[in-house]
Design a protein around this ligand. Structure first.
Ligand code: BG6
Length: 503
C-alpha cells in the first residue's frame, strides 16, 4: 500500500466504455482530483474507447461539460486545458478486432510519440462483464497486452466479476490464459473509501484495540450497508443479479475481511491479501439447512421515502412484474478460526431503506457482573465501537458513564471521532486512490483471483437454494422501512438486536 506522496509513472489510461456513466461520474472526476493534487505525471494521456463513432473534440466537449458540472464553477481552467491536450477518443465495434483495435494501436503509438510517454498502458474495462474476456483477448491479439522492454500493461475490471462460482472461475481462467495475475486489477470501489482503508490503520496503527478484538471480548459484529435509492434505471441488470450478488461477495466481504483479518506482516499487496483470503476461506459455507436458518431475503413493495411515495420493485422500469429478485439480503456468518469462534458476523444490505447508511458495529460482551444496582436494565448497554463508513465518516465508542447525582446510576454515552471535523473535507469520488495505485503497480486494494472465487464459494449455495425455492411472500417489506421482519428474527433468535443506525 503506497504510503508516500509521489507522482504516478508516465502512462496512458485507455477506458473501454468511455461514453458510459462510470466514466462521467467517477473516472474523469477522480483523474481531475488526482491532477489537482499533483499525483498525475506530466507525460500522461487518456484514450476513451466506445461504441459510438465520435471525433476526439466531440468526446472532449461532452467530458468537459460533465466535469464542469461535477466539480462546479471553481474548476481550475488551466487543469481543464491540461486534460484537453491529453484526451483522445476512438470508437467502433468491440467485436471487430480488425478495425477498432487497429485504430487503437495506431492512436496509442501516436500519443506515446507526441507526448513522449513510454508504452505503459492501463486499460479500464468499464464495460458489461460479458465483454471482459473478449476485449482483453483482442487487446492482447493486437500486441497491446504483453509487457515488454520494461513497459507495463495493466487491466482493471469493474464489478461484477462473475455471477456465481462457476462463471468467476471461467473468467479467471480465460484472463489468466493471456495475462499474468500481476497485470489484473479487480476493482471493488468500497476499498477506495477512506474509512474502509482506515479500518486497517485503526486496528493495526494503535495498540489499544487489537488486544480486545477477538472472541474473548467481542460478542458479535454487525455490518449494515443500507441504501435509500431503489434500482432506478438499472432494472435490466439488477433483476438478473439481486441484492446478494450485487453487494455481498464484493463490498460487504471487503468490510468483513478487513474487520476480521489477522495483522499482516507488512503492507505489501500479497501480505494484506493473504490475510483477507484466509478469512474468506474460514467463513463456513452454507448448507441448504443453513440457508433456511441463517439467510434472509426481501423485496420492497411500495411505500414512502422522505415523505414521497415510491413504487414497488416490481413496478420499476425493466423489472419483471412477477420478479422474484431480492432487493434485501441478511446473513449470519460464522468465521471458523481461533480469533472468531462463536462470534457471529451479521451482515445486511437493502434498497429503499429509510436512509443511506453504512457502518460496522463491534459489539463487546457485557461487564461480567453488574455492580451498579440502581441502573435500569435497558440502560445496561454494553460497549461497542462503531465504524461509520458513509455518509458520515468516523468512529464512535459507546460506553457507560455515571449520571451526575447523589446515587450511583449509569447512562450510555458516546465518544465520537468525525473525519470532517478533524481533517476537513477532501474532494473524493472513492476512485482516486484505486486509479493511482494501479498506475504505481500496487494491487493491495484489488481482489486476487483466489479471493473472488472464495467469496463466490460462500454465497453460491445460497443463490442455488433461493433459485430452487422461489420466495412466496414477495414483496415482504414496505419501502422506507428497515427490511423484512425475518431479518429482525435472525438476531432475536440469538437474543440480539440490530443496532438502530439512524434515529
Ligand atoms: C454498486 C452496486 O456496486 O454499489 C449498486 O451495484 C450500489 O447497486 C452501489 O448502489 C453502492 O455503492 P455506494 O458507494 O453508493 O455505497
Amino acid at each position: 500500500m503506497s504510503e508516500t506522496n509521489k507522482t504516478a509513472e508516465p502512462c496512458v489510461m485507455v477506458i473501454f466504455g468511455a461514453t458510459g456513466d462510470l466514466t462521467k461520474r467517477k473516472l474523469f472526476p477522480a483523474l481531475y482530483n488526482l491532477a489537482k493534487e499533483n499525483f498525475l505525471p506530466e507525460n500522461f494521456a487518456i484514450i476513451g474507447v466506445g461504441r459510438q463513432e465520435l471525433e476526439t473534440k466531440d468526446f472532449w466537449s461532452k467530458i468537459s461539460a460533465e466535469l464542469i458540472e461535477f466539480i462546479g464553477k471553481n474548476i481550475d481552467k488551466n487543469l481543464l486545458k491540461w486534460f484537453e491536450e491529453r484526451t483522445f477518443y476512438t470508437g467502433g465495434d468491440f467485436d471487430d478486432d480488425k478495425k477498432l483495435f487497429k485504430d487503437l494501436k495506431a492512436l496509442l503509438a501516436d500519443v506515446c510519440q507526441n507526448l513522449e510517454i513510454p508504452e505503459n498502458f492501463f486499460y479500464y474495462l468499464a464495460t458489461p462483464p460479458q465483454l471482459f474476456a473478449n476485449v482483453t483477448e483482442k487487446i492482447c491479439k493486437n500486441g497491446l497486452g504483453k509487457q515488454t522492454d520494461g513497459n507495463w500493461r495493466r487491466f482493471i475490471y469493474e464489478k461484477p466479476f462473475g455471477r456465481d462460482l462457476e462463471s468467476a472461475k471461467t473468467l479467471n481462467a480465460q484472463l489468466l490464459k493471456i495475462l499474468d495475475e500481476n497485470q489484473i486489477y479487480r476493482i471493488d470501489h468500497y476499498l477506495g473509501k477512506e474509512t474502509v482503508q482506515n479500518i486497517l490503520v485503526f486496528r493495526f496503527g494503535n495498540s489499544i484495540f487489537e488486544p480486545i478484538w477477538n472472541r474473548n471480548y467481542v460478542d458479535h459484529v454487525q455490518i449494515t450497508v443500507a441504501e435509500q435509492l431503489g434500482v432506478e434505471t438499472r432494472g435490466g441488470y439488477y433483476d438478473t443479479a439481486g441484492a446478494l450478488r450485487d453487494m455481498i461477495p464484493n463490498h460487504i466481504f471487503q468490510l468483513v475481511t478487513l474487520t476480521a483479518m489477522e495483522p499482516p506482516v507488512s503492507f505489501e499487496p500479497d501480505a494484506v491479501r493473504n490475510e483477507q483470503s484466509k478469512i474468506l476461506h474460514a467463513i463456513q459455507p452454507f448448507t441448504p439447512e443453513d440457508v433456511l436458518q441463517k439467510a434472509v431475503r426481501g423485496q420492497y413493495g411500495e411505500g414512502e421515502i422522505d415523505k414521497k411515495k415510491v413504487p414497488a420493485y416490481r413496478s420499476e422500469p425493466n423489472v419483471a412484474p412477477d420478479s422474484n429478485t431480492e432487493t434485501y439480503a441478511a446473513l449470519k456468518l460464522s468465521i471458523d478460526n481461533w480469533r472468531w469462534a462463536n462470534v457471529p458476523f451479521y451482515v445486511r444490505t437493502g434498497k429503499h431503506l429509510p436512509a443511506k447508511h453504512t457502518e460496522i458495529v463491534i459489539q463487546f460482551k457485557k461487564a461480567p457482573f453488574m455492580l451498579f444496582r440502581n441502573t435500569q436494565i435497558e440502560r445496561l448497554t454494553t460497549n461497542r465501537i462503531v465504524i461509520h463508513i458513509q455518509p458520515d465518516e468516523g468512529i464512535t465508542l459507546h460506553f457507560g458513564a455515571k449520571i451526575p447525582g447523589p446515587i450511583v446510576d449509569m447512562g450510555a454515552v458516546d465518544m465520537d471521532f468525525n473525519y470532517l471535523d478533524h481533517f476537513g473535507e477532501t474532494a473524493s469520488t472513492g476512485y482516486e486512490r484505486l486509479l493511482f495505485d494501479c498506475m504505481i503497480g500496487d494491487a493491495t486494494l484489488f481482489q486476487r483471483a483466489d479471493m473472488v472465487e472464495a467469496s463466490w464459494r460462500i454465497v453460491s449455495p445460497i443463490l442455488d437454494v433461493w433459485k430452487a425455492i422461489p420466495a412466496r411472500d414477495f414483496p415482504n417489506y414496505e419501502s422506507g422501512t428497515w427490511g423484512p421482519k425475518e431479518a429482525d428474527l435472525l438476531l432475536e433468535q440469538d437474543n440480539r438486536k440490530w443496532k438502530q443506525t439512524v434515529d
